[in-house]
Write a protein that binds this ligand. Sequence first.
Ligand code: CP3
Length: 344
Amino acid sequence: MNDLLLRAARLEPVERVPIWLMRQAGRYLPGYKSLRARHDLLTLFRDPELAVEITLEPVRAFGVDAAIVFSDILLPAEGMGFRLDYDPAPRIEPAVRSRSDIERVRVPGVEEATPYLLEAVRLARRELDGKVPLIGFAAAPFTLAAYLVEGGASRSFENVKRLLYGDPSAARALLGKAADVVARLLAAQVAAGAEAVQLFDSWAGILSLRDYRAFALPYARRVVETLGESRVPRIYFALDAGHLLEAMPETGAEVIGLDWRVGLAEAARRIGRRVALQGNLDPAVLLTAPETIAREARLVLEEGAAASGHIFNLGHGVLPETPVANVAALVDAVRRAGSPRRPS
Ligand code: CP3
């Protein structure tokens, strides 16, 4: 079994730096595109066999060191009582605005709300047959709650902020429900066979450090703690979160995922050596050429050597227009350049 990712997450020695890519399954891949031409997105998410085919495509095509189950962070919204559509940008209806809206939000059982996801995890684990670890994932509670309030993507996040500042106790009630949903969802994915989990706090970066400590961190920490018994590595990723860096390890996650805005060496200095770092090549580098990609990947690896453990990744998801050959070139470059890491 290639367990490089699990060992790097536990700060154990590895022969080379493991690599996987956020959003590696989907969008830019020919297999995904041809399935997507025949089925709508929700069908792909809800059909375990198709989802597993998409999950495995990057493992087979590039030899990445982990698989991530093909799903989406917003699927739990349906079980919480919302209508969910993708165009492909997500739309959630009706958006949550008031305390009474929040009271109506449900905390469903996972088998009842997203049985197809657990089936995809079980099936993917079987198909992978120990080749590489399978990562389960969910939104962190703040990011899930923010989507429910905005009803989809947002530029200014005015509705979330109005709720946080205007009615913090209602906001906390919603965040508590989101944390319960996410904790159950990840525990169920682990029970179904996920060997590591990632929490996407994609929107945490919109908060000041003080508001992050009030509205995001405690709920992410609650989810991380719930998973403690299972002993699977927990990865916590936030975007545009340089100002939150020192606080992120307080989630209790073994691995902190970062985007490209802060160098890994600086992050290692500021965060300390108790956690592994994941990241952080700018996904736009994959729009260039193999030599450029190899050069930029080496820079990330050099910086990552300052951390106690490093898992190579992009700083955010693979962009849809990324040439497949460039992803192959990146994985090759990292496999070749990833020097042995000794325990520290
Ligand atoms: O490797 C993978 O791609 C695994 C599956 C995966 C999807 N979404 C599938 C998806 C993962 C890990 C996600 C995470 C996700 N989803 C995040 C966190 C990461 C991040 O980008 O910050 C967020 C914020 C979402 C919400 C979401 N879902 C958005 C904003 C969109 C629309 C545009 C986009 O980014 O693709 C989606 C739709 C979605 N999720 C698609 C897929 C494959 C549709 C892509 C398409 O066919 O156009």
